[in-house]
Structure formats: C-alpha cells, structure tokens
Ligand binder design. Sequence first.
Ligand code: HEC
Length: 168
Amino acid sequence: MTRALGLALVLLAGCGDPPEEGPSDEEIADEIWQDIQGWEGWTQIAPWDGLQPSSDCTHGPYVEITFNDLAADNYGSDDLPDGSIVVKRGHDADDGSAPRDFVTVMKKIEGYDADRNDWFWLRISDSGEASDTAIGQASFCYGCHAAGGSDYLLTTRDDPGEPGACEN
Ligand code: HEC
C-alpha cells in the first residue's frame, strides 16, 4: 500500500461516525423530573428556610426553596459541582397559602452551557410536564439570574422581602 493510499483510508475511516449527540433538552428534563422526586424534603438554607416572602415577586409573593446535598454543601461557591440541583415553588395569596402547580429548577450539568456556568433551567408542572420555553438554556431565566449572587443563585444576593409587598 502506498503511503498516500494508507493516509486516505485513515482519513475516510475517521469520517464514518456522525458526531456524538447529547441527550435532548426534553430528555434531560425527564431525568430532572426523576431527580427532584422528594425535593420538598431537601435542605433549606437560612434566611430562605420555610416559606419566605420573595425579594422581587417574580416567582410569586412567597417562595419555598430547597437544595440537594451537593448544592447545599457548596452553597455560596462561585461554581457549584456537577449534579447540584435547586428547586423553587412559588406560592400565591397574601399569606402564601396557595402553592403554584409547578416548580422551577436549576441543575448543574457539566459541559451543558459552558458560557453560563453549565446551568440547565426548567419549569415543570406537578405532573411532570416540562415547559416548552423555560427549558434548557432559557435566556428568560438566566438573564435575570446573571445579575449578581454567586453562581447565578439569587438567594445568595437577596434577603427575603416584606410580607404582603407583592401585588397578587
Ligand atoms: C426577573 C428576575 C427573575 C427571573 C426572570 C427568574 N428568576 Fe428565579 N429567582 C429570582 C429571584 C429574585 C430569586 C430569589 C428568591 C426570591 O426573591 O424570590 C430567584 C430564585 C430562584 C431559584 C432558587 C435558587 C436561587 O438562589 O436563585 C430557582 C431554582 C429559580 N429562581 C429558577 C428560575 C427559573 C428556572 C427561571 C426561568 C423559568 C427563573 N428562575 C426566572 C428572580 C428571577
């Protein structure tokens, strides 16, 4: 075999496989749905423990926020580790007595979005139905969350607000 032919064969062989495709956002959302089962029992972090008045009302007048072990153990770090998850449920009514029927979630997935600290953003209903728009690299979510705090976590920037300060 000539050297040129050998090289050509090597190059051709290298072109055979299509590039590895990662899972789709919908598939990742399904995994996250499994991950967050039982999230109500995860760790809470003061002053955001229990049900607290939101600082800006975006997620409802009251918010309930829990952290899986990885996220709780590294809370305040500039780069939470792969697998960290934070879940938040907004609650309506003046006293927060009306929980919304969906949660919003941030999950750190190494390599998912290197420009924005690899967070996967998700809004998902209580029956496990992911939003069409608030999923994955959701600019609506990270646009606000990039504005301070450590590693996009706004609870590290803000204290809870005043009860009754949000219009319902
Ligand atoms: C306009 C600003 C804004 C937008 C848009 C927004 N958030 Fe938030 N989010 C906040 C604030 C402020 C907090 C801190 C708690 C509070 O004051 O309600 C927060 C808290 C959270 C938390 C708790 C963890 C933490 O410390 O930040 C999660 C999880 C979360 N948001 C997910 C999302 C997702 C997912 C989206 C997109 C669907 C989203 N957020 C869109 C303002 C925003």
